[in-house]
Design a binder for this molecule. Structure first.
Ligand SMILES: Nc1ncnc2c1ncn2[C@@H]1O[C@H](COP(=O)(O)OP(=O)(O)OP(=O)(O)O)[C@@H](O)[C@H]1O
Ligand SMILES: [Mg+2]
Length: 579
């Protein structure tokens, strides 16, 4: 359920829109609301008696019948927590966001402070979260001095939690947005619980919801404003990037979504998944990662395919770490998601026209425009967040003329991908299709009882059969659902190409592969999974391969690991076919 503070928030926003109250009249209203009570707000006596154990947010007991706690984790200690419950009657998991509960007096103070702050606070969007919090703290102190309100320390913490949540954070959803286990947050309409997609438990209902239509509409409009965009009755659909980088899709009112306004937020990770994380999650094997490393370094283009939320963008972002550091990179996206450590990188984002989404609006800059501009800047690596329409043609043309390109494409299997590429609106000629080197197919699959993500296949496009005009493929790695293992086909056409172009013997090619497996294996064993640290090791390899490998080998033998890792054996297999 929405907390009392949120309900007040809704009324407040409405009133605020109608007329701006002077500080004096706010104060009078506040005086009326507290009546004859003393202005010093106290927490209830029994809480005080608990002495030093008085908590800003006590964890409530579970009152609902049939529900039991599965896990409790702090989100922003000591203010907010996430509790996963299991409902034994409905046989489902539930997500409970636990925030401070406010007494009547605390609520009144919160309301007054918030109104005064909304009227007086002038925070620039350029400021970062900490700077904003600092100015909010100062402004709150000033308003409290002016109104002569004082709170005991615990109440102050509680009230300030909500002020910060609503004025600096993302309001009612701020709590769940802090949870690194949450992938998506979606609100399907009024009076429907907000659903979250939990990394471990999948799509589960939360204890948050909007109870009134105006409240939800106001929230969606506010989210749009926070993203620097607009949503209105005239343009009721929105794709945007929230401060902090999460992707927002929203609709306003009942025009396009019958249950009222809705929104879905794909939570952005500031520290994106690295190749090591993906190996650790068994999304792909260390050999597949080493294979991709070599392919990316030596200029193979790749398309990451899969269904919705199969992890396409995440995989793409992770493997793009293998692009040598000094390369000129241009990325093009509708909403910014890619996050790279490279310095020579221009990240461009499309823009809607003035007046909304419809085509040909003045000022609109779409993917096609950005791509055409990008090609003039001669990038070595080109990334397109997702191809859907005519821009696909330009991407394939870029590949055909020597630009190394990466993109994601929504298709559940490779047949569907080729079919969609070749039909309207993309209409890609088959001969251009062969400019693409690798297709990676990823999916959300069930392993045992758990939903997880696997790269189902890594397929090379070898060329066109001159007689039948069919595309010739080579599936280098395939995932076997029966034993949850990856199978190597025994031959890579791309490796053969790299080998010939470099003039390497099969043995030298194998050594190249082994070195990368070694580095990846080293990072996995050493638990190097922070994005920047992984990038640092990769770039040190590019700077001085011999030295880096020697250092890693030394440390690995200190770990007593050399020769024991399974990676080496399979790496040899992976290149064995080329001998
Ligand atoms: N290999 C993985 N293991 C675990 N979680 C993952 C993995 N890949 C992605 N995720 C998580 O899944 C969610 C969806 O990922 P992502 O945005 O990459 O999917 P997508 O296929 O690009 O989705 P869309 O179709 O919306 O573009 C994210 O929250 C991400 O953190
Ligand atoms: Mg994506």
């Amino acid at each position: 359920m929405a907390t009392e503070a949120d309900r007040l928030d809704g009324t407040e926003k409405k009133k605020e829109g109608k007329k701006r109250l002077s500080l004096k009249s706010k104060y009078l209203r506040f005086m009326n609301s507290v009546g004859s009570k003393p202005l010093r707000v106290m927490i209830p006596e029994q809480e005080f008696r608990l002495g030093s154990s008085v908590k800003v947010t006590p964890i409530p007991l579970i009152k609902e019948k049939g529900q039991e706690e599965v896990e409790l984790s702090p989100l922003n200690e000591p203010y907010s927590y996430a509790r996963i419950k299991y409902d034994t009657l409905l046989n489902e998991y539930l997500y409970e966001l636990i925030e401070p509960s406010l007494s009547m007096d605390e609520r009144n103070v919160l309301r007054t402070l918030k109104e005064a702050l909304i009227a007086s606070l002038n925070m620039s969007d350029d400021e970062d979260k900490e700077a904003k919090e600092k100015s909010l703290k100062k402004a709150t102190r000033d308003v409290m001095n002016t109104l002569d309100v004082s709170l005991n320390p615990v109440s102050m913490e509680r009230v300030f939690y909500y002020l910060k949540r609503d004025l600096v954070g993302l309001g009612i959803i701020e709590g769940v947005m802090l949870d690194s286990n949450v992938e998506d947050v979606s609100c399907d309409g009024v009076n429907i619980p907000i659903f979250i997609f939990h990394r471990k438990y999948g799509s589960i209902r939360s204890n948050l919801k909007f109870e009134r239509e105006e409240e939800l509409d106001a929230f969606v409009v506010w989210l749009a404003q926070r993203s620097g965009k607009q949503i209105s009755v005239a343009n009721p659909m929105l794709d945007a990037t929230l401060p902090g980088g999460s992707r927002l899709n929203a609709t306003l009112g009942k025009h396009v979504t019958k249950k009222g306004s809705s929104f879905t937020i794909r939570r952005f990770k500031d520290d994106p998944f690295t190749p090591i994380d993906l190996v650790r999650f068994k999304t792909m094997s260390v050999d597949m990662m080493a294979y991709l490393w070599l392919c990316i370094e030596y200029g193979s283009s790749m398309m990451v395919c899969g269904g919705t939320a199969s992890g396409k963008t995440t995989t793409l972002n992770a493997v793009l770490l293998f692009i040598p550091p000094q390369m000129k990179i241009i990325s093009i996206e509708d909403t910014r998601e890619l996050n790279l450590p490279h310095e020579n990188w221009i990240a461009s984002v499309t823009r809607e026209g003035f007046g909304g989404k419809s085509a040909n609006m003045a000022g609109a800059v779409d993917m096609f425009d950005l791509l055409t501009a990008a090609m003039r800047q001669r990038p070595q690596y080109l990334m397109v967040g997702e191809v859907r329409g005519k821009e696909a043609y330009v991407v394939f043309q870029a590949m055909a003329t020597g630009t190394i390109a990466y993109s994601t494409f929504h298709a559940d299997d490779l047949g569907a991908m080729i079919h969609r590429m070749e039909s309207e609106p993309i209409k890609l000629p088959r001969s251009l299709m062969t400019a693409l080197n690798i297709m990676l197919l990823q999916g959300q699959v069930k392993v045992g009882t758990k939903m997880t993500r696997r790269v189902k296949s890594l397929t090379e496009i070898v060329g066109l059969d001159p007689e039948t005009n069919e595309i010739i493929y080579n599936s280098v790695f395939t995932w076997n659902p029966a034993d949850d293992r990856f199978h190597y086909s025994g031959h890579s056409y791309i490796f053969e190409k790299i080998r010939l172009s470099k003039g390497w013997s099969p043995r030298e090619m194998e050594a190249e592969m082994r070195r990368r497996v070694l580095l990846l294996e080293y990072m996995r064993r050493k638990n190097v999974n922070n994005y920047m640290s992984v990038a640092a090791l990769i770039s040190s390899y590019y700077r001085d391969a011999e030295k880096t490998v020697a250092k890693v080998e030394r440390e690995m033998s200190d770990l007593g690991a050399l020769g024991q890792q399974t990676g080496q054996q399979t790496a040899a297999q992976a290149t064995g076919g080329n001998q």
